[in-house]
Design a protein around this ligand. Structure first.
Ligand code: COI
Length: 387
């Protein structure tokens, strides 16, 4: 069943903590290394399912709220990651000549845990983030954790910080896996040692606009990625270079920046932190992954959901000139989820788009988040329930 977003929000907001606490039901009791390594590395956990951290859950944004634990796993010269473990969240020590500090040899991922009414946490396709990190690691000449190691670390981090997972409908526990060259290098070369680290923070909406439509600015001076570069992977070095363009756009009152390809300055690429889709009638289009576009777990999921709903989805080259002739535009990403775009400004011309209760982006948002929260049946095996 698909609910409208308004109905869906009403539903989740009416869920009360009391009913959540009394409804702890059966769910997969994830024990693998979590409990044991937590107890070896830290003081015994006094956590019980009913506990919540002291957070103003109604006013979560996308800022860091430090949580209790982080997970760390190291890889030395043999290219294999040793057994990782949880420790108290805190600062880490790095050599001044660490590869990540000197040459930007680092990758990150983002994934979320949703708290269900029955007290379990629901992860969404963490294996896909693991695969994305593996592909990125290959591009950046780094060893990477196996898919099992990655997913296990995400589970352990989520469970150890469970009291920071917002009540259902109030937000999510954002989980940030990092892979870094932490060994010392001076000459330009891959680092001799690597650290895989996972931390978490409760989050609400990514944009300060909340779920309100974004006003994007098309940037034709700065670019996010170029052919042959690393735009298709989640390297940390893809993000600092766009800060200048974001700052410029925000100073002019825009929500964020839409980048064009660096060669022709004509084809749509991505928004700073998310992928972009356009809608015309029954056809949904998104830039094809040609080396400069991140394929994105939310992007892939939305393509499948839209196809299941009967829409035609095209991954192709999209000219900026097409923006004058489309019904709807929206962005997708783990942090962003699905954000409707109300307007795009290109060369001082502002184009407006359909948004609101009857928009396709609202329908896709309700379906995706419904699956992620466990409110809509997951027929694809995308969610992983842990407790
Ligand atoms: C995410 O969507 O999880 C990201 O990693 C984007 C980041 C810039 C917040």
């Amino acid at each position: 069943m698909i609910q409208t977003s308004a109905g869906f929000r009403g539903l989740v907001q009416s869920q009360r903590l009391g009913s959540f606490q009394s409804k702890l039901g059966a769910c997969y009791n994830y024990a693998s290394g979590a409990a044991s390594s937590l107890q070896h590395a830290c003081e015994p956990s006094t956590y019980s399912d009913g506990d919540y951290a002291d957070v103003d859950w109604d006013n979560l944004g996308f800022g860091l709220l430090p949580t209790d634990y982080m997970y760390r796993m190291k890889c030395f010269k043999d290219g294999k990651f040793e057994q990782g473990q949880l420790s108290r969240y805190g600062n880490i020590e790095l050599s001044p000549s660490a590869g990540v500090l000197n040459y930007g040899q680092g990758l990150f991922e983002g994934t979320k845990a949703y708290r269900k009414e029955n007290g379990c946490l629901l992860l969404f396709r963490p294996d896909q983030n693991a695969i994305q990190m593996k592909i990125g690691a290959e591009r950046m000449c780094m060893p990477s954790p196996s898919i099992d190691q990655f997913v296990d670390a995400v589970k352990q981090t989520a469970l150890a910080n469970k009291r920071w997972a917002p009540p259902p409908g109030k937000g999510t526990l954002y989980i940030r896996p990092l892979l870094m060259g932490t060994g010392p290098v001076l000459g330009l070369a891959p680092a001799p040692e690597y650290t895989f680290l996972v931390y978490a923070s409760p989050v609400g909406n990514y944009f300060k606009e909340g779920l309100a439509p974004l006003n994007l600015y098309v940037e034709d001076e700065y670019h996010r990625a170029s052919r042959g570069g690393a735009g298709c992977v989640k390297t940390i070095s893809n993000y600092a270079p766009v800060l200048k363009a974001i700052t410029k756009a925000k100073n002019r009152g825009f929500s964020d920046v839409l980048y064009l390809d660096s060669l022709n300055k004509k084809y749509l690429e991505e928004v700073s932190s998310c992928n972009i889709f356009i809608v015309k009638g029954n056809v949904i289009s998104t830039p094809a992954t040609n080396g400069t576009i991140l394929s994105g777990v939310t992007r892939k999921s939305i393509i499948e959901i839209a196809q299941d709903l009967g829409y035609e989805v095209e991954e192709r080259v999209i000219s900026v000139d097409e923006l004058v002739n489309v019904d709807e535009v929206f962005c997708t990403g783990t942090a962003v989820v699905i954000a409707p775009v109300g307007s795009i400004t290109y060369q001082d011309k502002r184009i407006e788009y359909r948004t609101g209760a009857y928009s396709l982006s609202r329908k896709l948002y309700s379906t995706l988040v419904g699956i992620q929260m466990g409110l809509i049946e997951d027929k694809k095996g995308w969610t992983l329930e842990i407790r």
